[in-house]
Design a protein around this ligand. Sequence first.
Ligand code: TYR
Length: 181
Amino acid sequence: IIGGAAYYIGGSRCSVGFAVTRGSTPGFTTAGHCGRAGSRTTSPTGTFQGSSFPGNDYAWVAAPNNTATPYVRGSGGANVTVRGSTQAAVGASICRSGSTTGWRCGVIRQHGASVTYQQGTVSGLTRTTACAEPGDSGGSFISGNQAQGMTSGGSGNCSVGGTTYHQPVNEALSVYGLTLR
Ligand code: TYR
């Protein structure tokens, strides 16, 4: 289990946020809009244990037969080691990793943003200038070596550039009692 990698749910694809454990069970955080509690994933094989969307946009998936690694897939596939989850300030550089567009970087523009999707409004998101595209959802946002959050949604794309929002990871860690690998 590595941040930014693909996983599949039904016929669609999302991305792994961060490898975590709950007690001795390995798994990963991702976006809540990717699945509901009880939804099954393949590659890695797992089950959504909890999911919150709209309102929030976080979830965690238990993937018991897998190994949680403390990495995010970085530029050119290099491992970026995750060493904590201290939130970075507005103006800080941030990068994201996902299964459609890989590793993309930008700047944090706003914390505490609200975004209204078709399904409803999500608050407490962080707005960035890093681009993303469908399938990157749930993937990792990281600033330096500190985990920041999971890709929620946005506008634009990685050809023309975009605005992408992430759900801060710390709320998901505390709500579900998860520990970063
Ligand atoms: N919400 C998209 C998903 O579910 C990810 C996405 C993010 C799409 C930013 C577009 C965008 O601009 O995969």
